[in-house]
Structures are given as C-alpha cells and as structure tokens.
Design a protein around this ligand. Structure first.
Ligand code: FAD
Ligand code: UDP
Length: 413
C-alpha cells in the first residue's frame, strides 16, 4: 500500500507566467482577479472575452481550479486534491457556460452509510435516508409500514429535513426521526462540525434531507456530470485567452495595498475592477478578528485492487474518526485495473496555521455579523468586489459560485 498526502502530489499546470520584474507591464491590465477557482476563472474569462479587458489573475497556489483542482497521483489515478467534487446543477446557464470548456461524462453520485448493525457486523443503507434505507434499517415489513406513514404525513417523493422530522409530535414518526438522527446525523455532524445538528446552520443538514422516495441518488439536479478529462483541464481552457494572464504561486496580498478607498498594485494605483475571491478577513489584516472555519485533513491510500468500495462515497455515520471515504475511480470512471486510490476525510477546527486551508465557513449569527464588518470595509473600495465561497463566507456549491460569477460579470458588462 502506498500512502500519499495531498500536498505532496504534484502536477503543475503549464500556464503562462507573468514576468514579475517587468513592472511596467502591469499598467496595461484593466482588471485584476485574485484566485483562479470557479469565481475567479469564470469572471476572468467573461471580462476578457466579452468586455475585451486585459485581465491579470493572481493565484497563490501552484495551480488553477481552486478547490476543484484534480491531478494524477503517483499511481496514475485522477484524484481531487482538496476533497471530492461532484458537479450537479439545475442551472442550464451554468451548465452551458462550462460546457464551452469541457466535454462531460454523465455521473450520478450515490452514497451509502456504513455503520454497525447492532449485532457485531456492519450495515449499509442509502444516504439521503430514503424508503429503501428505512426497509434496511427496520426490516422489510416494518420499514414499509413506516415509509407509508411518512408518505401519508408529508407526501410521496417529498424531502423532509431531519430537524423538521424531529418536530413531528406523532410518537411513531418521532421514533423514526430519533433513529435517523442517531444513525445518520448526530455523530457525522459532530465529526464534521464539532457541534450537533441542532446547533449548526439548519441549511447545512437540509442539504441531505430524508427523502420519501426510492431514488438512491445524492442529488436530483437536472445536470449531473463530471468533466470528461477532469476539472483542471476545464479551468486551463477557460483561462486560456489572449487577454488573460495568470500568475501562479503569487500571494496577491503581498502585491496589494488597500487604504482610504484606494487599491494599489505593486505600489501603483489600480482603478480597474478588482475581484477578490480569497478570505475576507485576511484581505483586511484580520482587523476585526479571524472568521471561524473548519479545515480538513485528507488521507490517501492507494490499493492494489480494482475497486475498494461499491459507491463513489461511503459515509461513516456512527463510528470511525473520519467522516467519509471517497474512491476516485468511481467518480471519474477512469479505467485502470489492479489499482485504486481512496481518500478519508478528517475534519477539525481551522487555526490559520501555515498550510491549513479554510474549507468550510461556520455559518451562524455571530460569524455572519463578524463577516458583515469585513464586507462593510470592502464596500469602502468602489472598484473592489468580493466573490466566492471564501470572500462571501458562504457554503456555496460549484454551480452556485459559477452562477454568482456570471451574474456579477453581467452587471459589470
Ligand atoms: P476556491 O475554489 O477556494 O478558489 C479560491 C482561490 O483563491 C484559491 O485557489 C486560493 O488559493 C486563491 N486565493 C485565496 N487568497 C489568495 C491570495 N491572497 N492571493 C492569490 N490567490 C488567493 N461543490 C460542488 O458543487 N460539488 C461538490 O461535490 C463539492 N465538494 C466539495 C468538497 C469539499 C471538501 C469542499 C471544501 C468543497 C466542495 N464543494 C463542492 C464546493 C466547491 O469547492 C466550491 O463551491 C468552489 O471551489 C468555490 O470556488 P471559489 O472560486 O469560490 O473558491
Ligand atoms: N450529514 C450527516 N450525515 C451524512 C451526510 C450529511 O450528518 O451522512 C450532514 C452533516 O452535517 C454535513 C451536512 O449534512 O456537514 C451536509 O452534507 P454534505 O454531504 O452536503 O456535505 P459536503 O459534501 O458539503 O461536505
């Protein structure tokens, strides 16, 4: 078995590099974008192509694609370096826009829970918890009866959040809610957030409702697919435009100065649009205190076998220290007999230490209020826009960020 850690995996993108010493060239940029993830790349392409602006993209990492970055590992398996990314959307505009830069491979994500069965063995059932999960958990007859009861209460094919289900006063429904809470939500949520489901933002657990259906899919969106050659080539294509220059390995904050409503780049006033997709607190020197985040540690294992598990992702909803295991070949459809790479995710509080990545904003009223102070600070700069999961301190999926970037650039165009 080969053990790999995310940051040791290389596969740098051969993109254009800006000559840092040639400061005079800076003057010709009309727009500056910090970050080459979805927010930055979509915005850069639109401004370059549709507004004819000369765009400079500064990216701190040695590659494009932000957290959607994928690359081949030492065993030749296409892996996602910053956590498993499955594309899904109902937004045709986003799907069509991205389709300009990639072919797609249809892929519908399915997830099962893996947990102790109470008799010394283990059991699996679909997540979101659905009518089939109910029959596995309670046995075929009782499970069917309980499923019918839920359908009578909420309607067939309906999605009910665990917090909603727990409010139901009917004792039998309350017993189902307790079961699902205990076997799907409470331990997983404690691992992921260090808090119970009722203590975190209700929209978070609502992402994975109880589903009164036999549909085993994790998402029901109209468009579900993976970029045929991976995410990174899609971003490379998006950023490959004569009006776009990408500088990798550059921390924009070392080049930018923000004071009194004026932005300077390399000491010169920059009055074109600046789209910043990094952390809002970091942009302003953490002056109101750091925004809280959760970070993740990823443990990769490459195994000498065709496949490790039956589904793209298996959630360990009751025991184990990690939350889930993803097997990349199941996501990518890559055909590579005799070898497979899996990844375990361990969540913990983000401390801001070197190398840590702030993956998840911790949405709650206090943190939102703290974020609002940074947003108000940003609003003092007329040419600055905060865009993206970090910059807006939100729990956005990829498609939502792409949509945000399309909307913002619509306004600017
Ligand atoms: P990012 O991808 O974080 O890009 C921001 C970029 O800015 C980064 O590359 C960063 O290096 C750069 N940057 C920051 N500060 C600076 C600076 N000072 N100078 C230069 N560059 C800087 N979404 C889905 O739709 N499906 C999924 O299955 C899915 N799975 C996920 C799994 C995990 C574990 C996580 C954490 C997220 C997942 N997401 C998923 C969400 C998805 O990652 C985000 O929606 C998307 O990456 C947001 O894009 P972004 O451009 O806002 O941010
Ligand atoms: N969740 C859970 N058990 C599961 C799956 C999800 O408790 O088996 C909860 C947990 O709080 C998690 C949230 O639902 O953080 C959202 O899950 P999702 O799979 O959307 O998280 P992501 O893929 O964004 O990490």
């Amino acid at each position: 078995m080969v053990q790999l850690r995310g940051f040791e995996l290389g596969c740098l993108c051969p993109l254009k590099h800006f000559d840092r010493n040639d400061v005079t060239r800076l003057m010709k940029y009309d727009a500056l974008i910090v970050g080459a993830g979805y927010a930055g790349a979509v915005a850069a392409r639109r401004l370059a192509e549709e507004a004819g602006k000369k765009v400079l993209v500064l990216e701190r990492r040695p590659h494009v694609a932000g957290n959607a970055y994928d690359c081949l590992d030492g065993a030749g398996i296409l892996i996602h370096q910053y956590g498993p990314h499955v594309f899904h959307t109902n937004d045709k505009r986003v799907y069509d826009y991205l389709s300009r830069f990639t072919e797609w491979r249809p892929y519908e994500h399915t997830v099962v829970a893996d947990l102790p069965d109470g008799n010394g063995g283990r059991m699996n059932f679909p997540v979101p918890f659905n009518l089939d999960s109910m029959e596995i958990a309670f046995g075929p007859e009782k499970g069917k009866e309980l499923g019918d009861k839920l359908i009578a209460a909420y309607g067939a094919e309906k999605k009910v959040t665990i917090l909603e289900l727990r409010q139901n006063p009917d004792p039998e429904i309350a017993a189902i809610a307790d079961y699902v809470y205990e076997h799907v939500f409470v331990h997983y949520t404690m691992k992921q957030w260090g808090q119970k489901p009722e203590e975190i933002d209700p929209n978070t657990t609502a992402r994975v409702p109880v589903f009164l259906s036999r549909d085993p899919r994790y998402f029901q969106d109209a468009y579900q697919a993976m970029p045929a050659d991976g995410y990174t080539p899609m971003f490379e294509k998006m950023l490959d435009h004569p009006n776009i220059t990408v500088e990798l390995g550059v921390d924009a904050l070392r080049r930018l100065e923000l004071a009194d409503g004026v932005i300077k780049l390399d000491g010169e006033v920059f009055d074109g649009p600046v789209i910043y997709t990094g952390q809002a607190d970091e942009l302003f020197g953490f002056q109101f205190g750091p925004l809280p985040y959760r970070t993740l540690d990823f443990r990769y294992e490459t195994l000498d076998r065709d496949y490790f598990q039956s589904h793209g992702t298996v959630n360990y909803t009751v025991d184990e220290d990690f939350t889930r295991i993803t097997e990349f070949k199941r996501l990518s459809g890559q055909e590579k007999p005799g070898v497979t790479t899996i990844m375990k995710e361990y969540s913990r509080a983000y401390t801001g230490a070197d190398g840590e990545i702030p993956y998840y904003a911790i949405i709650n009223p206090d943190n939102n209020a703290l974020y609002a102070k940074y947003k108000a600070e940003a609003d003092k700069y007329p040419n600055l826009r905060l865009l993206g999961r970090l910059a807006e301190y939100k729990y956005y999926n990829m498609d939502a960020i792409a949509a945000r970037a399309l909307d913002l650039t619509d306004e600017m165009l």
